[in-house]
Design a protein. Structure first.
Lengths: 241, 333
């Protein structure tokens, strides 16, 4: 049986136009700040469509930095980054914005905008695309109900609990129906019970077709499911399938 | 995942379409349906900038108003002086001064372009010298020149070469003064004042632009996390620049309106005060320079234009500053 998703060098797919490219491909990527030493070096990995993986490593290993490289808010000092089959090294800001709309990201510190309501925070990715509110209002309300914030949509984030903020941040990452979800320590600020529920939510999302990358150093969380692991240590990445 | 929107019906539905919808939507849409601006609407620095814009607009409007008043006053002076000439007849040995004055007046009356000829008597001539020589002096023994004042007919181009030639022939000690020197000096002074006014206007606009640029950078620094989040959720630089432009344009319009309103109020009050007639030497000097201090309608229009111009400059400068700052941030990555 032919694997149409196979993209290894030298093994071209039989019908290239039918092959679904990796969502993310890093080749020989390195990063240094100024003239300092490389903090990430020779990073090679791919994130296939609909895959589920943990990105792990000790604190300070560079997990968040790697996610920034994926989001292209940081540029590598060497190597090639390919997003959705496009080499992004020469992409303009507008082209990067177009690709970022296919990626949802959740931060450990939520990064909700305090002057907006929960509803407005979740609707933000659609708002910046210039869509009329009437065209997405139903979607936002339904998603807020799905994450259990149906009765909190008109309150500002400052009065939400940590768990509610995290769910609002996840809803914001999902509202654009991204092909890839990046979560940076999503369970870092919540109790173990909520962490398990969030993990189940991520698994559910993955089953619906979204590739998921969870950056975490929570071993207990990773032990809950058998998933691919990308381990960062001493500036290098090791992939355990 | 979609959820159907409840249909708007009847009058409300009709009101919500077309131009009516644009104007009425903010009133008819429930409060919780109106999205907050992506950038925080109120901030202390925003209020300070609005005050700066209001002051700048006020100063620019005062300058523009003063330019209008000077230009109008200068035009009035020029019109008055340009329609007036004098013949100066100096006493000369062997000549009868009174006969020379009468001859000069007679020659002037024969000119078609001269509407009125008035001979100033000796007493009037001496009175003109009082500011320089003081009062109480007997000028009877001094050879004081006599003057004939000519008023030109309106709308006729004065060609006084004939009068000049006739005077040279019949009254050689007479001198026709058409005030050209005064006019040229007056025009130079008015042009200089207008130039200074325009320079001040330009400086005010440049200062406003610089203040807005600094305020925009400050606002961007204060909202760095918001900008970061906007980038991460897929916002283009143009979207972020539009948000800042809208934010600062609103500040500019409010500040510009406040400054223009204050300046208009100033001119209205000043017009009322000076319109009742100047009292006191200082007020008389102001009235001599600016006339009745009443700003014409187009003067108020220019104040309004300055208010709008300052707001537009504010919006454009903030947009350009955001673009440049975002480009700088990208290159620093």
């Amino acid at each position: 049986m032919v694997d149409f998703t196979e993209r290894d060098e030298g093994t071209l797919p039989l019908w290239p136009e039918l092959a679904e490219p990796d969502l993310v491909r890093f080749e020989n990527v390195g990063l240094r700040y100024g003239i300092g030493p490389e903090i990430l070096r020779d990073i090679d990995f791919t994130i296939p469509p609909q895959s589920f993986q943990f990105l792990t490593g000790p604190s300070g290993a560079g997990k968040t930095t790697l996610l920034k490289l994926v989001m292209q808010t940081l540029k590598p000092t060497r190597g090639r980054v390919t997003l959705f089959g496009e080499n992004v090294s020469q992409h303009s800001q507008a082209e990067l914005a177009r690709l970022r709309r296919r990626i949802g990201i959740v931060f450990q510190d939520f990064r909700l905008l305090d002057h907006l309501t929960t509803y407005e925070n979740v609707a933000l990715p659609l708002l910046v695309q210039g869509r009329e509110e009437a065209s997405y209002r139903g979607e936002v309300i339904e998603l807020l109900r799905w994450v259990g914030l149906g009765d909190r949509m008109h309150v500002p984030p400052v009065i939400l609990s940590g768990g509610e903020k995290q769910r609002a941040a996840i809803a914001r990452a999902l509202i654009g129906q991204p092909a890839l979800l990046l979560a940076d320590e999503p369970t870092g600020n919540v109790d173990p019970g909520l962490a398990r529920r969030l993990l189940r939510l991520f698994i559910e999302l993955n089953k619906s077709g979204t590739a998921v990358v969870i950056a975490t150093h929570d071993l207990a969380l990773m032990d809950m499911i058998d998933a691919r692991r990308l381990v960062l240590a001493e500036g290098q990445l090791h992939v355990y399938e | 995942m979609s959820m159907s929107e409840p249909p708007a019906s009847g009058l409300r539905a009709r009101l919500m379409t077309g131009l009516g919808g644009v104007l009425l939507k903010p009133l008819l849409v429930p409060r919780d349906r109106v999205l907050a601006p992506v950038l925080p609407a109120k901030s202390r620095s925003g209020a300070a900038l609005m005050l700066v814009i209001a002051i700048m607009t006020f100063l620019a409007s005062l300058t523009a108003g003063a330019v209008h008043l000077v230009a109008d006053a200068s035009r009035d002076w020029s019109r008055t002086i340009a329609r007036e000439m004098t013949i100066q007849i100096r006493p000369a040995p062997g000549r009868n001064l009174d006969a020379d004055v009468a001859a000069a007046a007679d020659l002037a009356r024969r000119q078609r372009v001269i509407e009125e000829v008035r001979v100033m008597d000796r007493r009037e001539g001496e009175k003109l010298l009082e500011p320089w020589l003081g009062t109480g002096l007997d000028l009877g023994d001094l050879p004081v020149p006599r003057l004939v004042v000519l008023r030109l007919a309106a709308g006729l181009a004065p060609d006084l070469s004939g009068l000049r030639a006739a005077l040279a022939e019949r009254v050689p000690n007479a001198l026709l003064d058409d005030h050209k020197l005064w006019l040229s000096r007056l025009k130079a002074m008015a042009d200089t004042l207008v130039g200074i006014g325009l320079m001040i206007l330009t400086l005010v606009l440049v200062a406003t632009a610089l203040a807005v640029a600094f305020a925009t950078r400050g606002a961007m620094a204060g909202t760095a996390q918001i900008i970061d989040v906007l980038h991460l959720v897929g916002a283009e630089d143009s979207y972020i620049a539009r948000q800042f432009q809208g934010h600062f344009l609103r500040l500019g319009l409010r500040g510009g309106a406040a400054g223009a309103l204050a300046a208009s109020g100033f001119f209205i009050v000043a017009g009322l005060v000076f319109g009742r007639g100047a009292q006191g030497s200082a007020l008389e000097q102001v009235e001599a320079l600016f006339g009745r201090f009443s700003l014409p309608l187009w003067g108020y229009l220019s104040v309004l234009v300055i208010g709008v111009l300052v707001a537009v400059v504010t919006g454009v400068v903030s947009r350009v500053t955001v673009y440049r700052t975002l480009r700088g941030m990208e290159q620093a990555q």
